[in-house]
Write a protein that binds this ligand. Sequence first.
Ligand code: TNX
Length: 524
Amino acid sequence: MLLTGCTSTEEPSSRRPSSTPPTTTSSRAPDPVALPKGAPQLTDVIPAPVRVQRAPEENFPIDSATAIVPAKSPDAEHAADLLRDTLRRSTGFELPATDRGQVIELRVDDELPAQGYRLEVTRTRITLSGADRAGLLNGVQTLLQLLPPEVVAGKRPQGELVVAGGTITDHPRYAYRGTMLDVARHFFDADTVKRHIDRIARYKINYLHLHLADDQGWRIAIRKWPKLTTVGGRTQVDGGKGGWFSRREYSSIVRYAQRRGVTIVPEIDMPGHTQAALAAYPQLSCDGRPRRPYTGTQVGFSTLCVTKQETYRFVQDVISELAELTPGPYLHIGGDEAQSTKPAEYRTFMRKVLPMVLRAGKKPVGWHEYAQVDLPKEAVVQYWRIERADDATAAAARAGNKVLMSPADKSYIDMKYFESDSRGNKWAGPVSVQTAYDWDPAGYLKGVDDSAVLGVEAPLWTELVETEEDIERQAFPRIAAVAEVGWTPQSRRDWNDFRQRLAQHGPRLKAQGVAFHPSPDVPW
Ligand code: TNX
C-alpha cells in the first residue's frame, strides 16, 4: 500500500516537536496503551495526508480526565469548541480547558502552509497545530477520523477511546475543494443543507456552491423583487411545492457552514436558466408576455432581455443583496447554456454584469462559457464539459484567470454510478467511484496546467434528486473521492490504496446514518 510505505519516513530533525514537552503530574511517562482492535489507524485518513509517521508506543487514551486546551487565539478557541462539542455529545466527558494530565492542545503555527496542520499524538499529549483557522479545522476533522465511528455520529462509543500515536503533517494540494447543491430543480430546506454541510466537512470539503436559481425555481429572497420567491419559488421539477430561503435562513446556512470551515458560494444563473424570474417579472423578458413557472427538465429556452435597462437594474439589485448576505469571496453568475441569448448579446450582458460583481466586493465565478469575454483577473472559470480542450478557458488561464475543474465525466455526482443504475443523469456518465477518483485536475484540460487550477468541485444537479437520501446516495462515497483528488498530492494518490481506506469508512458513514451507495468497486 502506498501510504504505509512512507510511515517509516523520518522528518528532518528541525521539524521534530520540541516546543511541547509532555506535561504530566508525575515525572514518569505512563505505560504505553494498546490500540483497541479495529480502531482507526493514521493511514486510514481520507483525504490521504501528505505525511504520516506512526508511533505505536505513543497511543493517546481519552477519558473523563482529558482536557482540551486552546492557546489564546480566537482560531484555536473556535476549533477547540467544535472538537469539544463533538466529543462531549458522544462521550459525556467534560473536557475542561485545564492544562493538566492528559491534554489535547490546539494552537496556531503560522509557519505551516495555508490550511495546513500538524497533529502530534503522544502518550500524554495531542498537539494540533494549524496554519490558520482552516488548518485547525482540518486537523480537527483528521482527529475525529482517528476516533471510533460513533463519535461523529453523536453516539456513545463502545470500549476504550484511544487515538493512534504518531504524527500527521498535512496541507491541501488545492485551495478550493468544493461541491455544488442544486436547490433550484428540487428545493432542499436549510436544515437539510446544514446536515449536508456536516457530512462534506468531514472530508475537508471547504466550499459549498448553492445553485439558487434556475428555470424551475428561485430560492433566495430578494427584498427589492419579492415576487422572485413568492411567484418564482413556488414550484420545482415535476410540480412539487418548491420553496425558498428567507434572508435569515440563508444567513443561518452561511454561519453554520463558516463554523465548520465551509464557505458558501451563491449562484444566480444568468442570462439563461431564468424562467422562474421571468414568471415572477415578465418585464424582464424581451416580449414581456406572462410565463408560467417551469416544471420540466429541458434547458436553454429562457433568457433575460439583455437589451433592456430594467434587466440591469434587476441584476444589480440581486447581486448587491446577495453580496451583502455572503461573507465569502465568491459570487457565481452562471452563464451556461444560454442558447436563447444571441452570442453578441451574451457578451454584452457579461461585460455589464462582471463589473457589478467586482463593485459588490466579490470575485465572479461563472461556467466556462463566460470565458468568451475578456474576464477581469479576479474571475474564476468553472469548466464543466467533457471535452479535453476549450480554447476560451485555456486563453483565460493564460491570461492569469483561475480555473475550477468540474469535468462532468469525472466530477458530476448527479450522474449514474453504473450503466444500469436506476438513478442519476446519464449524458456524461456513468461516473463510478473509481472514475471520480482516477484523474488529475492538472492534466485534464489542454493548456490549463496545475498553476492555473484553483481546485475541484463536484456538482450535484437535482433534476432527479428528490430527497435527502437521494442527496446522500449520489454524493457518497464519490465526495470522498473528489475530496482526495483536491487535497492529496497526485504522487501519493493510488486507487487501490484509496478503495481499501474507503472500505474502512463504511462503518463510519453507516454510524452517521449516511445512505451511501455501496459501490462494488470498494471492498466494504
Ligand atoms: C448541464 S452543467 C447543466 C445543468 C444540468 C446538468 C445535468 C451546467 C453548467 N449545466 O443545467 O442540470 O447538465 O447534468
